[in-house]
Design a protein around this ligand. Structure first.
Ligand code: NAD
Length: 321
């Protein structure tokens, strides 16, 4: 199936141009069920061929499995390193959190080995609400600056669920120290709380990555994985929205992804994909949005169903003092 190339968007002040749909590689760590290596290689190949140039992983996903598999998939592409952009993370691991300078400095070497790369484009402190934000400011980020100087990473990011972690850190670091933030589950049909933060982030010149447009699987026909932290009420509302779309011959995942993609201030929307079919569907959704726009009627019907749970989130992290 031949599709037009996907739109590229600038990421803050980095000079990077990211495909508007990014490849979230957490499923390659078997987070949403087993993915055979051949299927993973096929997904990454198809995504790249269709214009996806951004791949995001973490040592946390599948206890390092996602990084190892993504490394194999990228190698199998057999294209110059400059043709794809890779982001990984530090500070969150299968056995817990450690944002110390020593650990994150060791972490990047381990990640590069698993990914079979000489450098990553972006290294992000993973889910900083689980650490001390003051340590992130005074110790972790300065350690990442040294990694940047050493050429192991090109840009620095922070990720997490609560939105106030971003302002806390960005208000306390020198301008330009943090190049990008990754927010998840806050720019979808059920929750678009990230919207209010966008002017602040743009003012700081910080690039915006939005992840989990399908709210980690609750906005899909298959429904969420068993570990999903949403309340039963939120899960039920999303499943009702999915069923409503299906009854009209429409697809909730397509509508949700298109909703997330429709804000041009978001440089890339990271979707977790574990089959060639999903890759093709998600790229097709982006291309359709750019050519014919979103289905406004269906969107307002789904928004009405989700209104009672609008911007409902779940607790994440430790209490900061
Ligand atoms: P998501 O909202 O992208 O949902 C992924 C789920 O949706 C998977 O089960 C996948 O199989 C399914 N899916 C994908 N396309 C589909 C389609 N067309 N039809 C039906 N189902 C489809 O959630 P996610 O994977 O958690 O998030 C995407 C990526 O963002 C992650 O892989 C990761 O790279 C990144 N992320 C980062 C953080 C963080 O840094 N704290 C948090 C969440 C996500």
């Amino acid at each position: 199936m031949a599709l037009p190339r996907m739109e590229l968007r600038e990421l803050g002040n980095t000079g990077l141009k990211l495909s508007c749909v990014g490849f979230g590689a957490s499923p390659l760590g078997n987070v949403f069920g087993p993915v055979p290596l051949e299927e993973a290689i096929g997904c990454v190949r198809r995504a790249f061929d269709l214009g996806v140039n951004f791949f995001d992983t973490s040592p946390y996903y599948g206890r390092t499995l996602s990084e190892k598999i993504l490394g194999k998939c990228l190698k199998a592409l057999q294209v110059p390193r400059s043709e794809y952009i890779v982001s990984t993370k530090c500070g969150r691991y299968g056995d817990g959190f450690d944002f110390s300078a020593e650990r994150v400095t060791r972490s990047i070497d381990e990640s590069l080995e698993r990914l079979q790369l000489d450098y990553v484009d972006i290294l992000q402190c993973h889910d900083i609400e689980f650490g001390s934000l003051d340590q992130i400011v005074s110790e972790t980020l300065p350690a990442l600056v040294k990694l940047k100087e050493a050429g192991k990473i090109r840009f620095i990011g922070i990720t997490g669920l609560p939105l106030d972690i971003f302002t806390y850190v960005l208000d306390r670091v020198p301008p330009g120290m943090v190049d990008v933030i990754l927010s998840y589950c806050h720019y979808g049909i059920n929750d678009n709380a990230l919207k209010d933060l966008i002017p602040y982030l743009k003012g700081k010149g910080v690039g915006i990555i939005s992840a989990s447009p399908l709210a980690m699987g609750i906005l899909t026909d298959a429904g969420p994985p068993e570990w999903h932290p949403a309340s039963p009420e939120l899960k039920a509302a999303c499943q009702a929205a999915a069923a409503h779309c299906k009854s009209k011959g429409k697809n909730i995942s397509k509508l949700s992804l298109q909703y997330s993609l429709s804000n041009q201030d978001i440089s890339t929307v990271l979707v977790g994909m574990n089959s060639v079919k999903q890759v093709e569907e998600n790229v097709a959704a982006a291309v359709e949005l750019a050519t014919t726009g979103i289905d406004r009627e269906m969107l307002s019907e789904v928004e009405a169903i989700l209104k009672p749970v609008k911007n409902q989130s779940w607790p994440s992290g430790i209490r900061q003092t």
